[in-house]
Design a protein around this ligand. Structure first.
Ligand code: HSE
Length: 438
């Protein structure tokens, strides 16, 4: 029996839109054999019509208004590659209300408005697929939602922003400061002209919020995430961490906690022996611990035209295969049945347990270490490792670096406040979290 083609409307022909057109056309025969029907982009919308026309060379209708795709009765599925939360949200909700299935790469939209979007989609019985929203070409949504469905997920830790991983790798390799490497990343096209979302950890937090929802069956809680980026990270801390056997990575972490779940993005020290510590440059990796499977790790390109298109097209194939299935028997958007979502809330960072790296700028005189260690002992914080740098020639001050055993962040912050008041401690402490991931 031959089934008609799945008719797709593509909104946005930027990097990923172009890649999607190319991959879908280049591999159309194999994709059809997998999907059971042809998948055709029949209409494309972009404000830049000339670009859309060049891309499609007469093989698809070209529109300037994406809303026309959302309303078009000749379209079964829309691909949203517009980005942002404004018009993209209106477009997605309009497409859903007109009974279209949606494929999107928009992590910001889902992390912030996902609860509303999934509720609307469920009401209409349409699919919203978003493999491309997290870690680009790595099929991590599929792995978490389907491949690991037997497991109780314990934690996820991911390098889910390639821009910051590139910057951290370069800072470590070349000993350069953040600002210099960021400029280089912009010159090479890795970082956006406005890199705020990437370097301040917001992009990674969007992706972590989505993975957290799927792993733990909770709603999107991006607004509760603790977010720290890498813009104030100093090359000297990367170097000291390395001397101690650690690398610093910007990780998106979500974990079970006795009182809820943890959801945080921050620079993190990880033993350089761990696989994830050796993920360099713009590559992404997601490490997942499930109770049955143990440790699993997924590695690949988190951005770029064809890697991201790989995920978009996989979603289209899923839609093609599931189109005729009863909506109640499709794979749930967030892995758990909508009426089985848990109310687990994100715990405040002050309640999180971690090991800590501290760097203190101190006067080089007797009793300094004794003062610092006394404050830590008073707070029941145990030191694992420390070293003191030789003072620079002619300087009466130096750096003391230490790593603690696990403690609650609230206790660590209280100890730091007391340490910073010591007359022998000259500047604000640098505090970074360290994770063992067992
Ligand atoms: N800006 C992201 C990154 C890619 O640097 O990884 C898209 O999610």
């Amino acid at each position: 029996m031959s089934i008609g083609a799945l008719r797709v409307g593509l909104a946005g022909v930027g990097t990923v839109g172009g890649g999607t057109w190319t991959v879908l056309n280049r591999n159309s025969d194999e994709i059809q054999r997998r999907a059971g029907r042809p998948i055709d982009i029949t209409a494309v919308a972009d404000l830049d019509q000339a670009k859309a026309k060049t891309l499609t060379s007469g093989k698809a209708r070209v529109l300037s208004d994406a809303m026309a795709l959302a309303r078009d009765p000749e379209i079964d599925v829309v691909i949203e590659l517009i980005g942002g939360y404004g018009f993209a949200k209106e477009f997605v909700l309009a497409a859903i209300s007109h009974g279209k299935h949606v494929v999107t790469a928009n992590k910001a939209l889902l992390a912030v408005h996902g609860n509303e979007i999934f509720a609307a989609a469920q009401k209409q019985g349409v699919m919203v697929a978003f493999e491309a929203a997290v870690a680009g070409g790595i099929p991590i949504i599929k792995a978490l939602r389907e491949g690991l469905t037997a497991n109780r997920i314990e934690w996820i830790a991911g390098i889910i922003n390639g821009t910051t991983n590139f910057i951290l790798s370069e800072m470590r390799d070349k000993g350069l400061p953040f600002d210099a490497v960021l400029k280089e990343a912009q010159r090479l096209g890795y970082a956006e002209a406005d890199p705020t979302f990437d370097v301040e950890g917001v992009d990674a937090a969007h992706k972590a919020a989505i993975m957290s929802a799927i792993a733990f069956g909770v709603p999107m809680q991006f607004d509760r995430a603790h977010i720290e980026g890498i813009s104030s990270l100093q090359a000297k801390d990367i170097a000291y961490a390395e001397q101690l056997g650690y690398r610093i990575k910007l990780l998106g972490i979500t974990k079970r906690h006795a009182e809820g779940i943890e959801l945080r993005v921050h620079p993190t020290l990880i033993s350089s022996k761990k696989l994830i510590a050796n993920v360099e440059g713009a590559m992404n990796a997601v490490w997942v611990k499930g109770d049955a499977v143990g440790h699993t790790m997924y590695y690949g390109k988190g951005a770029g035209a064809e890697p991201t298109a790989s995920a978009v097209v996989a979603d289209l194939v899923d839609v093609a295969r599931m189109l005729t299935a009863d909506p109640a028997h499709r794979v749930p958007y967030l892995a758990f049945q909508p009426d089985q979502m848990s109310a687990l809330a994100v715990v405040p960072i002050a309640q999180v347990r971690s090991c800590y790296y501290l760097r203190l700028r101190v006067k080089d005189q007797p009793g300094v270490l004794a003062d610092i260690t006394r404050v830590l002992a008073d707070g029941q914080i145990s030191i694992d490792t420390f070293f003191q740098r030789e003072p620079d020639e002619g300087m009466a001050e130096t750096d003391v670096v230490l790593i603690t055993h696990q403690c609650v962040e609230h206790d660590m912050q209280a100890a730091i406040a007391r340490i910073e008041k010591l007359s022998t401690v000259l500047t604000q402490a640098v505090m970074l979290r360290m994770e063992a991931f067992v």
